[in-house]
Design a protein around this ligand. Structure first.
Ligand SMILES: Nc1ncnc2c1ncn2[C@@H]1O[C@H](COP(=O)(O)OP(=O)(O)O)[C@@H](O)[C@H]1O
Ligand SMILES: [Mg+2]
Length: 236
């Protein structure tokens, strides 16, 4: 990894109010690097991304983005500082059109509305549709597209394939691979399906009970299913 990481979490303990979910999490991500995060339901994957964005209570630790400590910044300032967030719930505005959902998030940069429509061609025919008239797959593409038009330096994606039909998952994952090879930004992908996660990034993090229990090559986990099972199973 590069000498100075684009995103650097150190000693992070965070949760909801007094409740601590994340315990002493450290994660350094190089510019243009991608990392996948896997782990059972409830281990804190979404809480980790939400903590980067400022949606949780930070009890301890540093969160540094491109050299700037963002731990005390409100959510919108973190977005302006370069974090793009695709939440697990997607959070498309239901009564805005697809185009309007993109326009309110757009900031100058390489990722224009035209560019995201090229990445997700099915969205082009739906620009006038309201958010609540879109299929699950279209909503997920829109959630990613909306993060992209903000022209982030780090893209955080929380289970983008969740609840989608296999054929939709395939085309979404193909688009995500094109994104990753674009090298414009670093990507943190939380992904429930281990095979998708291990294929997506050279580096994978396994979480268990609010802690990182593995941070290393995806290839090691691909080659050793017993290790993968035991790391994920630690939560049992
Ligand atoms: N908004 C919230 N308020 C209180 N507790 C929460 C909230 N969201 C998640 N939790 C709790 O935090 C823990 C981690 O949840 P989460 O980060 O969603 O896990 P994952 O994404 O790995 O499934 C769980 O025990 C969950 O019940
Ligand atoms: Mg989650």
């Amino acid at each position: 990894m590069a000498a100075s990481p684009i995103l650097d979490l150190d000693g992070v303990s965070a949760g909801y109010g007094e409740t601590i979910v994340l315990e002493d999490v450290a994660l350094a991500l190089g510019a243009g690097e991608s990392v996948s995060i896997i782990g059972r339901n409830g281990v804190g994957k979404s809480t980790l991304l939400a903590t980067m964005m400022g949606h949780t209570t930070l009890h301890r630790g540093r969160i540094v983005l491109a050299g700037q400590d963002i731990a005390a910044l409100p959510i919108h300032r973190r977005a302006l500082a370069g974090l793009g967030y695709v939440p697990q719930e997607r959070e498309i505005f239901p009564s805005l059109s697809l185009r309007e959902n993109l326009e309110i998030a757009a900031r100058p940069g390489r990722w224009t509305i035209e560019a995201v429509l090229e990445l997700f061609p099915p969205l082009a025919a739906r620009l006038g549709n309201m958010g609540n008239q879109l299929s699950g797959g279209e909503q997920q593409m829109l959630a990613i597209a909306r993060a992209l038009v903000g022209n982030p330096v780090v893209l955080l994606m929380d289970e983008p394939t969740e609840g989608l039909a296999p054929v939709i998952v395939d085309s979404l994952v193909a688009a995500m691979h094109r994104l990753r090879s674009d090298h414009g930004f670093a990507i943190v992908l939380v992904e429930q399906h281990a095979e998708i996660a291990l294929d997506f990034s050279d580096r994978t993090i396994v979480m268990s009970r609010g802690r990182i229990v593995y941070d290393g090559p995806s290839a090691t986990l691909k080659a050793d299913h017993a290790l993968l099972d035991s790391l994920i199973g630690v939560a049992a």
